[in-house]
Design a protein around this ligand. Structure first.
Ligand SMILES: Cc1ncc(COP(=O)(O)O)c(C=O)c1O
Length: 361
């Protein structure tokens, strides 16, 4: 067996121990004689596993009791639309912060369901920094304020949530959830597609303040209504049982690493090493993001001569470094270094980059 160092932006690397546990469980989970994928979500073993996964997530993020935790489907993109459906009545307005590709997408998907307004944006700066959010500029009657905690493509991350005045703050944490402690109580909703720091795609984890479940929103099917999903313990219909199970294994893995403080320390070390290699390359590699806003999860960088891009990708792949091609919106390279990407992977990348720069600089 040979596994590569995987820098994919998502679906992304999962912890080796989680994959090994899943492999060991695949044919006979918990002595049931069947895979977890083959068992009813209504059965006791699955219900117990599901409840434990929620309890572990609550412990990791110190989620207070007045927040519900939902395990949903549809990907973060569907919730770009479903959040305004649930939180905003027809005719309502909502405020958005623009920091890159995913916040633009959140605005466009919300468009049919709420009157969106951009209250802060770094678009004019090419999404290379975080904008200032002035609470005096917020719409006092907005249904909520939405931001993207980590822009997966532009490599920009909020260290602290933006101020939201009295508005419920809604955070898309798809690409940085569980990478560091978060003040849940600053938020009305935290949600994340699972396929970066949690598990496989097809699962969305949502942490929602219970008072928001009382909002009537707009007329919609029960299956789309967060209140109904919360009342049914996210089992209004058949949930993504495999995703939920893998998420549970990842939560246990993070607890075993020492929780989010330990995970954050590892992420600071890994990202620090990579940014140092870029900044110290004498201009051979460049990252354009304001250092205060640099993501610890997604590190885009360009080569001083784009004609070398194809060679860099070819040689890095041959060296066992996978998925370094940058998103077409920003070009160049991108190394996604989520929780499950070990320090050794970043060390291997940095060593490769130094050698490549020596050869072609
Ligand atoms: C920050 C962020 N938000 C939303 C999405 C969209 O997620 P999905 O494809 O699960 O809908 C992504 C996907 O990469 C993302 O990185």
């Amino acid at each position: 067996m040979s596994r590569v160092w995987n820098f994919s932006a998502g679906p992304a690397a999962l912890p080796l121990e989680v994959l090994q546990q899943a492999q060991a469980d695949l044919l006979d989970w918990n002595g049931s004689g069947a895979s977890v994928m083959e068992l009813s979500h209504r059965g006791k073993p699955f219900m117990a596993m599901a409840a434990q996964a929620e309890a572990d997530l609550r412990e990791l993020l110190a989620i207070p009791a007045h927040y519900a935790v939902l395990f949903l489907q549809g990907g973060a993109t569907q919730h770009f639309a479903q959040i305004p459906m649930n939180l905003a009545a027809p005719g309502d307005r909502a405020d958005y912060v623009l920091t890159g590709h995913w916040s633009e997408k959140a605005v466009s998907e919300a468009g049919p369901y709420v009157q969106t307004r951009i209250v802060a944006s770094s678009k004019e700066q090419g999404y290379r920094c975080l904008p200032l959010v002035d609470t005096a500029a917020l719409d006092p009657d907005a249904a909520y304020l939405h931001y993207v905690a980590n822009e997966t493509i532009h490599g920009i991350e909020w260290r602290q949530p933006p101020p939201s005045g009295h508005l419920p703050l809604v955070a898309d944490m798809s690409s940085n959830i569980l990478s560091a402690p978060v003040d849940i109580e600053r938020h009305g909703i935290v949600y994340a597609g699972a396929q970066k720091n949690i598990g496989p795609s097809g699962l969305v984890v949502m942490i929602i303040r219970r008072d928001l479940l009382a909002r009537e929103g707009r007329p919609m099917a029960n299956v789309l209504r967060y209140r109904e999903q919360a009342a049914a313990d996210s089992m209004l219909n058949t949930p993504n049982t495999w995703g939920w199970y893998l998420a549970g294994l990842t939560f246990k893995w993070i607890l075993a690493q020492g929780g989010l403080a330990a995970i954050e320390a590892g992420n600071i070390r890994k990202s620090g090493l990579l940014y140092q290699a870029i900044d110290g390359s004498g201009g051979f590699y460049r990252n354009p993001v304001d250092p205060a806003a640099r993501s610890r999860m997604n590190v885009p960088f360009t080569l001083h001569d784009p004609a070398l891009d194809a060679l860099f990708l070819e040689q890095s792949a041959a060296a066992g470094l996978m998925a370094l091609k940058g998103h077409k919106a920003v070009g160049g390279m991108r190394a996604s270094i989520y929780n499950a990407v070990p320090l050794a992977a970043v060390e291997a990348l940095v060593a490769f980059m130094a050698e490549f720069a020596r050869r072609y600089g």
